[in-house]
Each structure stands twice: as C-alpha cells, then as structure tokens.
Design a binder for this molecule. Structure first.
Ligand code: PGA
Length: 223
C-alpha cells in the first residue's frame, strides 16, 4: 500500500482536514468515524478553521475508555473541546461507543454505515482499541487494553496506575465496513509499525494490517 509522506505535521493535519472538507461539501449528510489521541489534534484545528456546515453530519467515535465521562481526559471531553463545541454539529448527532455494544452497532447500521473513517495507529499496530490478536471480524465490544497501550497513554494520566485499563472500541469488522478510510500517523516512532502493517503480512497480530483488505484506504505519514 502507498504511504504518502508529508513534510510536516501541519501538512498532515491540513491534508486530512481537506479530505473531510471535500466529503462534507459533496455529501452534507455524511457519517464520519472519528479518532482521538495526539495525532488528530491538528486536523481538528484545521477543520474548525474551514468553518464547514456540520448541521447534517453524524459522527461515531472509534473508542472510549471505560471511565467517568466527566474526567478531563475522557474522549467525550476531548471531542467536545477540540471539535464539537467549535462547530454547529447537533449534540444528538455525535455518538460514542456504549453498552450494550450491539445497540451502538445498530446505530451505525441504522444510519446506513460510516462514509469516511479517520484512524490513527498505535505503536503496537492497533487501530481504535483493537489490540494485537483482535479478530478481523470483531464488532464493537469491551476490551482490555494492551500493556503497551496503557504505557503509551499514561502520558495523559500522569501514571500507569491512573490510566484506564479497559475501553469500548469499534471492532475491526465494523471499521472495515466504512466506505472510505484514512489512516494518519505522526512521528518516526510510528514508521516501522506503519510499514509492517501496510506492506507486511496480513495478520491479526498486527490489527492495522486488515486495511490491506480494504479497497479505499489512504495512508498519510509525517515524521
Ligand atoms: P496517538 O494515538 O495519536 O496519541 O499517537 C494513536 C493511537 O493509539 O491510535
């Protein structure tokens, strides 16, 4: 698979923001799959600057920690702060994985599926919180986070002890049903896993390698 290498984080952010902008201009009723974490922060900034009409857009976040949603590091707060309260999206139109997880799946299916899904990649090759070993057919479910993921995410919580150990994530099967997928990766610590996932063996031990089985994926990287 082609990995498009961009010159800077700024260019990565605006390139992906422009993909979203084109999607919303062409299809104002789009359903988006959206990521959290460090990588998409610049993309959300760029999207806000583009002053798009979000009034008909429906969003589905990829994952949430199993924790108090009022915690400052909850993904619900992240999305509110970085995107939702800076656009005219209707609160009722933004969805986060919840239990029963089959009801979240029904919500996606009931809105006719995700048109464009933006993904990051973890240093262990996860997409959303589908950790190594996740079935390619997996659906939204509660998962235990990998030790590597807990370690990586402890930077947001101050210590490994305070970092959530469980999450609800869209499954790989769920993500793969998106019509279009964009994966963004920032930093040379992601380059090796990105290359392995995009051009190595397709295997459940590297969850992102499932994307090789999708026919509409764009991959953007900057170091
Ligand atoms: P990051 O996380 O953007 O914070 O590096 C990406 C991921 O774990 O999917």
């Amino acid at each position: 698979m082609e990995i498009k290498v961009l010159k800077s984080y700024k260019e990565l952010s605006s390139t992906v923001a422009n993909v979203v902008k084109r999607q919303l201009k062409k299809h104002p009723l789009s359903k988006l799959g959206l990521p959290t974490g460090d990588t998409p922060l610049g993309m959300y900034d760029e999207l806000v600057k583009r002053e798009l009409d979000w009034s008909h857009v429906i969003t589905f976040n990829l994952d949430v920690y199993l924790m108090n949603v009022d915690h400052p590091e909850s993904y619900q707060n992240y999305m509110r702060k970085n995107l939702f309260e800076k656009t005219n999206i209707y609160p009722d139109h933004s969805h986060f994985p919840f239990r029963p997880t089959s009801a979240f799946e029904d919500k996606i299916a009931g809105s006719m599926g995700i048109d464009l899904c933006i993904l990051g990649i973890g240093t262990n090759g996860h997409i959303a919180f589908n950790e190594p070993g996740s079935s390619f057919l997996s659906r939204t479910r509660v998962v235990d986070l990998d030790e590597q993921t807990i370690e990586d995410n402890s930077r947001f919580f101050g210590s490994v002890d305070d970092t959530p150990k469980q999450a609800i994530t869209m499954g790989l099967g769920t993500i793969m049903e998106s019509k279009k997928i964009v994966l963004m990766a920032n930093g040379d610590h992601k380059l090796n896993i990105l290359n392995v996932a995009m051009n190595g063996e397709v295997t459940e031990s590297i969850p992102a390698s499932v994307l090789q089985n999708h026919d509409n994926v764009k991959v953007f990287y900057c170091d």
